[in-house]
Design a protein around this ligand. Structure first.
Ligand SMILES: Nc1ncnc2c1ncn2[C@@H]1O[C@H](COP(=O)(O)OP(=O)(O)O)[C@@H](O)[C@H]1O
Ligand SMILES: [Mg+2]
Ligand SMILES: [Zn+2]
Length: 509
């Protein structure tokens, strides 16, 4: 007998409907074959389903069982088809009627004793189930919260295969899991850290406010212990809060990566990812045998912080160019390529020299000039060209650190950032971008009009500092942001003067 069970499969960050067809026939030798999965996944799935069915007291049919996961042309990885395949076998044996399955979508891994184990990528699957107007999504109970974020979908959490059967046969009532998304959003959107924790460092704070306002990429340069990591961790707290739509988009990526815990069913805070400098290119941009989003995508709508920038491998820094330019990454696989969103602010940090204390007040630098220039040369080129602000972060004197005082709160800074973002949103509403940091050459021409004295100042600086054409457009973008913070339509000379300050590395190289 033939049965059909609905399931779904995630490609990239979106799910596709899959129909699991199970045919059991007494004609022919006993055999269990699965079409539409790669060999290893088939084997593993069969090795779980067979004992799971036996252990719940179902006599496994010694017949010809054919399972087709349609469409069969995309090879599907993972263990989430265990439940729909097992349900299909039981239905084909006549123990569940096809009409009892109608309108339900199933996902879940089986353990050998018939219990259900959580799977990744549940949020995109729940979104697909809702889009298809299905009656309900049946899944492992550990995954309910993640799925219930999708409003208007009936989510049924289950502990085991027997419980699933009882539910389908109407022998056991299970209420759909409900969650208050507004409450979750407001609970999860509180940051533990605040800008007011940072003493002194007024120049760096101002520069980070500029970066947050215009969504500009940043390089911080300073000795060990000067507070670079501290500043980076607090950067998201001055960005505009995540909207519900942004939170869903970001959560989808973490769901696919299998990183959601019960406490973070929805990402309401902007993520900060801090990969170590030994990271591989695949871990950074995503991909692999079973493709997974990389750090750049986990940082979507948030911050990617690369500490000790010169220590990263050259090829790793190279692959950052596509996401920085486009806001997404494409990773190729054997059959097709997968695209993951990757829109983030890049914060990076480095010591001024290998020993860390070049130009430090309290320590003697032990590096030779040639070693220092070699160290700095490691970050030159394409990546440095995509960083708008260079921020000097010198050590704060002990006297200052021990002072009892609190700096401005993140909330107050964020209010200014939001106000200046509104100017940008209005300016770019038909351009497909939302912040000054994203401007391309044509936008710069159109929107970065300089007052006469500002133009003169910039020309002089270009000449005396020997700045490149690239640096020129970076300065214009940052000047635009500073003028927006000042609520000025035309860019004035003091806006340009401040922007020039943020190009210290161009002068050093
Ligand atoms: N400006 C500052 N205000 C308050 N604490 C600071 C400041 N700068 C450094 N610290 C303290 O020093 C520690 C080290 O700072 P960190 O951010 O890790 O420095 P870096 O990343 O530049 O090496 C912090 O955890 C914090 O306790
Ligand atoms: Mg640090
Ligand atoms: Zn040194």
């Amino acid at each position: 007998m033939l049965s059909k069970v609905l399931s779904a499969y995630v490609i990239g960050v979106d799910a596709n409907l899959i129909e699991v067809e199970v045919d059991i026939s007494s004609i022919g030798l006993p055999h269990f074959s699965v079409v539409g999965l790669p060999d290893t996944a088939v084997k593993e799935s069969k090795d779980r389903i067979r004992p799971a069915l036996k252990n719940i007291g179902f006599s496994f049919p010694l017949k010809k069982i054919t399972v087709n996961l349609a469409p069969a042309d995309i090879k599907k990885e993972g263990s989430a088809f265990d439940l729909p395949i097992a349900i299909g076998i039981i239905a084909s044996e006549g123990l569940i009627n096809q009409n009892e399955l109608e309108g339900y979508m199933f996902i879940g891994e089986l353990s050998l004793d018939g219990k259900l184990k959580p799977v990744r990528g549940v949020l995109p699957i729940a979104i697909e189930a809702k889009k298809r107007k299905l009656k309900g999504l049946l899944l492992p109970h550990e995954n309910v919260l993640e799925a219930a974020i999708v409003k208007g979908l009936s989510v049924i959490g289950l502990k085991s295969l027997p419980e699933t059967i009882e539910f389908l046969k109407g022998m056991k009532k299970i209420e759909p899991f409900k969650v208050n998304t507004d409450e979750l959003m407001s609970q999860n959107s509180i940051y533990e850290e605040d800008f007011s924790d940072i003493k002194g460092q007024e120049h760096a704070k101002r520069a980070l406010e500029v970066a947050a306002t215009g969504s500009h990429n940043v390089l911080m340069i300073g000795p060990p212990g000067s507070g670079k990591t501290m500043l980076a961790k607090r950067f998201p707290t001055i960005l505009p809060p995540m909207t519900f739509e942004e939170a869903i988009e970001a959560t989808k990526i973490h769901s696919v990566a299998g990183l959601l815990t019960e406490n973070t069913a929805i990402l309401a805070r902007r993520p900060v990812r801090m990969p170590h400098h030994t990271i591989s290119d695949i871990a950074l941009i995503g991909g692999g045998q079973i493709p997974k989003p990389g750090e750049v995508s986990l940082a979507h709508f948030g911050v990617l912080f690369l500490d000790e920038l010169p220590e990263f491998k050259r090829n790793v820094l190279e692959v950052l160019r596509q996401p920085i330019e486009n806001g997404y990454v494409t990773v190729s696989r054997a059959v097709a390529s997968v695209t993951y969103p990757a829109q983030f602010v890049l914060l990076s940090a480095m010591n001024p020299c290998p020993c860390g204390y070049y130009s430090d007040q309290r320590h003697q630098c032990t590096c030779s000039p040639s070693i220092i220039s070699k160290y700095r040369a490691r970050i030159s080129g394409p990546l440095l060209d995509r960083i708008d602000l260079h921020i000097d972060v010198p050590a704060v004197p002990f006297k200052e650190l021990s002072k009892e005082y609190t700096g401005e709160s993140s909330e107050r800074i964020r209010e200014r950032v939001i106000a200046a973002r509104e100017i940008q949103l209005l300016r770019f509403k038909s351009e497909g971008i939302y912040a000054n940091g994203q401007m391309k050459t044509r936008h710069i021409k159109k929107y970065c009009k300089l007052a006469d004295d500002a133009q003169n100042l910039l020309n002089k600086a270009m000449e005396s500092l020997g700045l490149s054409a690239r640096a020129y457009s970076r300065i214009l973008k940052v000047s635009r942001t500073i003028a927006d913070m000042d609520k000025k339509d035309k860019i004035e000379s003091h806006h340009v003067a401040e922007a020039i300050q943020y190009r210290s590395q161009d002068r050093m190289l």
